[in-house]
Design a protein. Structure first.
Length: 452
């Protein structure tokens, strides 16, 4: 017969697994919702944002994507404070449903031909609302899992949470493949893109079911039990104690985000416009890349637990700067007929780009104390990705014709990689800082000085 102690032990042992799964899959499904637009951008640009020049229509569509990105920091601040004061799990439940409802509503909008400016206007408003809730998803997923698992697994979990971009991309690519088959040709412009957005609600319902099985972060619960502790405020992030951590981390996230959006995020449009690849073929490329991203990001994240966050981040920054611009140029020269070669190079591009961010999630959590961790991580991550995401709008705007896009993309991704590397070199080592709620004294003195 089992004793109460045995039940408590089993209960405790399940907590890290449930919290980690909720963080990984919750972030995956919500990135699926957020990035659906990247997969239907050419169609949405025609039905909602018609323009005389194709590059202007694309720029308008990506500008609507940028609206969500710009809203994310405000959602991150609001929901981050909610997560720091009232709990990570509660914040996740509210945020994931908000994202799903906003995404599904986009599929019900009238086209420009049917209602003029009404459709685009409502679309931008829903993208704004979606971005606010995604900011809340970041605040909760980036803290619940990390605070719940033992130290030895935090780097691995960080890589898995960041690989949610690959998982979400793979799911969106799979949905694109399915809807392209069900609604071929002109039918996709009539109904296929709508079904893509409708699927966002289903994704959020699955995420909700998973999160309901998770428990609250033990670190947050322990702090909440200590009611005498002073509550931190969002403005403290720019105060003397945390300003350096906030700004240097922001520079790293911006660089990583710019690399991600100009490679993985821009790839569906790039393959369609430059390589003349069909929607179904694009889906195959992204499913392959998404499947490979998960183990690669997990390995890079785990390497940061073994060798340290800073050395791994620097190594990935050097790899980005050396390899990614050349890969972008090389891919632009591969015709759709050489599909196998195209898949191989695109997969390599995606592996490098996503691997760069693998240690970032735990790195950000370790830079802020528990009382302000969700707010700090959410603010830095969301602002960095909002600014990095603007690069997808800048590239079409700075390209007079479609044929100019590859050259502008090479320059843009090289600049973002250089920014990431500069701030990674300036950043401290943070491994082992989480239990202390701040940087422990055993870490390098320059790190302790930066946090004091």
């Amino acid at each position: 017969m089992s004793s109460p102690h045995d039940k408590d032990s089993a209960h405790t042992s399940r907590r890290p697994v449930a919290a980690g799964a909720a963080s990984i899959l919750g972030f995956s499904f919500d990135l699926f919702d957020l990035t659906i637009l990247l997969f239907v951008a050419p169609t949405v640009s025609r039905v909602l944002f018609p323009a005389a020049a194709p590059t202007l229509a694309l720029a308008a569509t990506f500008a609507s994507f940028a609206v969500s990105l710009l809203a994310r920091p405000f959602g991150g601040i609001a929901c981050g404070r909610f997560a720091d004061r009232l709990g990570r799990r509660r914040t996740m439940l509210v945020s994931i449903m908000g994202v799903g409802v906003a995404t599904a509503a986009m599929g019900a909008l009238p086209t420009y031909a049917a209602a003029g400016a009404v459709g685009p206007t409502l679309f931008l408003m829903l993208r704004l609302l979606q971005g606010l809730f995604v900011g809340g998803v970041v605040a909760s997923t980036h803290t619940l899992g990390t605070e719940s698992v033992p130290q030895r697994w935090r780097g691995l979990l960080s890589g898995l949470i960041i690989s949610a971009g690959g998982i979400g991309t793979m799911m969106a690519a799979g949905m694109l493949f399915l809807t392209s088959a069900l609604f071929p040709g002109d039918a996709f412009a009539a109904w296929g893109w709508r079904v893509m957005f409708f699927s966002g609600l289903l994704a959020s319902l699955i995420s909700l079911a998973i999160t309901l099985r998770a428990e609250e972060s033990p670190m947050w619960a322990a702090q909440d039990a200590n009611r005498s502790q002073v509550r931190a405020k969002a403005r403290d992030l720019l105060g003397r104690k945390h300003r350096r951590a906030t700004l240097t981390s922001l520079g790293m996230v911006f660089g990583a985000a710019g690399v991600w959006y100009l490679t993985i995020g821009f790839l569906p449009t790039f393959l369609g416009q430059i390589n003349q690849v069909s929607g179904a073929q694009t889906a195959v490329v992204l499913v392959v890349a998404g499947a490979l991203i998960v183990p690669t990001s997990a390995l890079v994240g785990h390497a940061s637990e073994r060798f340290g966050r800073r050395p791994v981040l620097i190594a990935m920054g050097v790899t980005d700067l050396v390899a990614i611009p050349g890969l972008v140029y090389l891919i632009s020269k591969i015709p759709a007929s050489d599909f196998g070669e195209l898949v191989a190079y695109c997969a390599l591009l995606c592996l490098i780009a996503n691997g760069t961010s693998a240690p970032l999630q735990v790195f950000l959590a370790e830079r802020f104390p528990t009382a302000i961790r969700a707010t700090g991580a959410a603010l830095v991550y969301n602002v960095g990705f909002a600014l990095g995401g603007l690069m997808t709008t800048a590239v079409p705007l700075l390209s007079p014709t479609v044929s100019d896009i590859p050259g502008r993309l090479v320059v843009g991704v090289a600049l973002c990689a250089a920014v990431f590397l500069v701030f990674a070199l300036r950043g401290p080592e943070t491994r082992g800082a989480l239990e202390a709620g701040n940087v422990p004294a055993s870490l390098p003195t320059d790190l302790a000085r930066n946090e004091s």
